[in-house]
Design a protein around this ligand. Structure first.
Ligand SMILES: C[S@@+](CC[C@H](N)C(=O)[O-])C[C@H]1O[C@@H](n2cnc3c(N)ncnc32)[C@H](O)[C@@H]1O
Length: 192
């Protein structure tokens, strides 16, 4: 993890390849990664991380105590995915698009997840892509599972009408100033 909000060469290369897909100017800081990981139970059976990038949140989830065998990491950028697989030998790293999450998981995991932890640039996505990603993410979750997402925006990372359509509710659980730029962490759960 980066000890502070600083430029990471892997992140910079990926950003130069595809700035819109990265949706950020820097890798997540330790503080943000830890704030995300703190929302996940260490004894979870299955945690899915979306948009793992350079692995800051992956590292924080493992440090939190999530078993490597319980963690599945999805990253669309093939070069970042290759580097994640090299750095983290135990969690399964899947190179793929989160809009196809169910498909990607069906090859390895057929049980619902305790948590989906997302660094995806949701608000920068086209509406249809965002809807697809979120529908797939909530379909992958247990009824009481948690969807954890950060945002740089003062607004929620899932727009109100989509929250209603998905049948979920969300709350901001933290604000991390020591990140470039400062970010908020949100947790969404399905409404019973
Ligand atoms: C904000 S960056 C990652 C931040 C990460 N926590 C870090 O510290 O590097 C967002 C990541 O989401 C990935 N991404 C964007 N759209 C995606 C999609 N549809 N499916 C999977 N990954 C995606 C990008 O390639 C990028 O690595």
């Amino acid at each position: 993890m980066s000890a502070s909000p600083r430029l990471n060469p892997q992140f910079l290369s990926a950003w130069l390849r595809n700035p819109l897909q990265m949706g950020a100017v820097a890798a997540s800081s330790d503080e943000l990664a830890n704030a995300m990981a703190a929302q996940v139970n260490a004894d979870s059976d299955l945690v899915i991380e979306l948009g793992a990038g350079t692995g800051a949140v992956t590292s924080a989830l493992l440090a939190r105590g999530v078993a490597p065998s319980a963690l599945v990491v999805v990253e669309k950028d093939p070069e970042l995915a290759r580097q994640l697989a090299k750095r983290f030998r135990s969690p399964l790293v899947i190179t793929g698009d989160a809009t196809r999450l169910q498909d990607l998981l069906s090859r390895s995991h057929d049980r619902p997840a305790d948590a989906v932890v997302s660094s995806l640039p949701l608000l920068g996505m086209r509406t249809l892509t965002r809807v697809r990603v979120l529908a797939q993410a909530f379909a992958a979750l247990r009824p009481d599972g948690r969807f954890v997402q950060f945002t740089y925006s003062p607004k929620p990372p899932i727009p109100g009408p989509l929250v209603a359509a998905l049948g979920v509710r969300g709350e901001r659980v933290g604000r991390v100033l020591w990140n470039l730029p400062p970010a908020s962490v949100w947790v969404y759960k399905k409404i019973d």
